[in-house]
Ligand binder design. Structure first.
Ligand code: ADP
Ligand code: MG
Length: 258
């Protein structure tokens, strides 16, 4: 098991002296190689859950284990790669040097880190853009560079918080296809937060639907679509069927009639 959460609760103090219960009684076990999507109404605690796993915040009452150790230890051991909604790249570094940075910090030799960075940029189809600066690339290309950088350390666990949320539908579908290919090639475990039903179904091995605040996992939907997935996947009857199932649970999550 790569991630295990048992009875995790998260409360935030509000300015009025009260508190917000962001997560309630979360139990979750993730096996290596899974692709897990978290989907749910805005404000239900998806990002909070991801941050807990990534040790960017600490749970109020917690039992979060990553690779059998505390989230903090996993972060120290650099078991994570994290990709946020807006690509976080250093504006003054070229694309190549952005991808190289984590390798540099880890003390990987010059030749080896150059080779690795070129491999990663090829993987996200950015060859030819090594010497460009982030502002010279489109949003989708910047996000691909951020993914390449997150993959640079060969993380056992990739945490992605709505990484394609700002992209138009067609670009998003292309990015989904690329991420799927990368996931198949690297066998990295992914936890992926999204608002998009189609993206969640296309990418995942399991979709977790969360309820409105206080966020709880109300349903787990295994996605048994055949691998590898591609353009054909979005036209399969089973794909529509799974999309409908997720949509119905999302309605329940928001308290709407199904
Ligand atoms: P989501 O990502 O599902 O949209 P979040 O995890 O960002 O939701 O937030 C869940 C709830 O917790 C929201 O009500 C949000 O306002 C609150 N929250 C998140 N982070 C903090 C924080 N650092 N301090 C106070 N409240 C927070
Ligand atoms: Mg969020």
């Amino acid at each position: 098991m790569i991630v295990s959460l048992s009875n995790v609760n998260m409360r935030f103090a509000t300015s009025g002296g009260g508190e917000t219960i962001a997560l309630k009684n979360i139990n979750l076990a993730i096996e290596p190689g899974e692709f897990i999507s978290l989907i749910g109404p805005s404000g239900c605690g998806k990002s909070t859950l991801l941050r807990l796993v990534g040790d960017l915040i600490t749970a109020t009452s917690c039992d979060v284990l990553v690779n059998g150790k505390s989230a903090r230890q996993a972060r120290i051991d650099q078991d994570y790669g994290i990709v946020f909604q807006a690509p976080v790249l250093f504006e003054w570094r070229t694309i190549l040097n952005n991808v190289i940075l984590p390798l540099e910090l880890r003390g990987v030799g010059k030749e080896q880190r150059l080779r690795r960075a070129h491999e990663l940029l090829a993987l996200v189809e950015l060859n030819g853009f090594e010497q460009h600066y982030p502002w010279q690339l489109s949003g989708g290309m910047q996000q691909r560079a951020a993914i390449a950088r997150a993959l640079a350390e060969q993380p056992k666990l990739l945490l992605m918080d709505e990484p394609f949320g700002a992209l138009d539908e067609m670009t998003r579908e292309r990015m989904n296809a690329e991420l799927h290919k990368i996931w198949l090639e690297t066998k990295t475990t992914v936890i992926f937060v999204t608002h998009s039903i189609s993206e969640a179904v296309f990418l995942s091995t399991r979709v977790l639907v969360m309820s409105a605040r206080p966020g709880e996992i109300i349903q787990e939907i295994p996605i048994d679509l055949t691998l590898p997935r591609g353009i054909h996947t979005r036209e399969e009857a089973q794909y529509f069927h799974l999309e409908t199932e997720v949509r119905e649970w999302l309605r329940k999550a928001k308290g709407y009639e199904v």
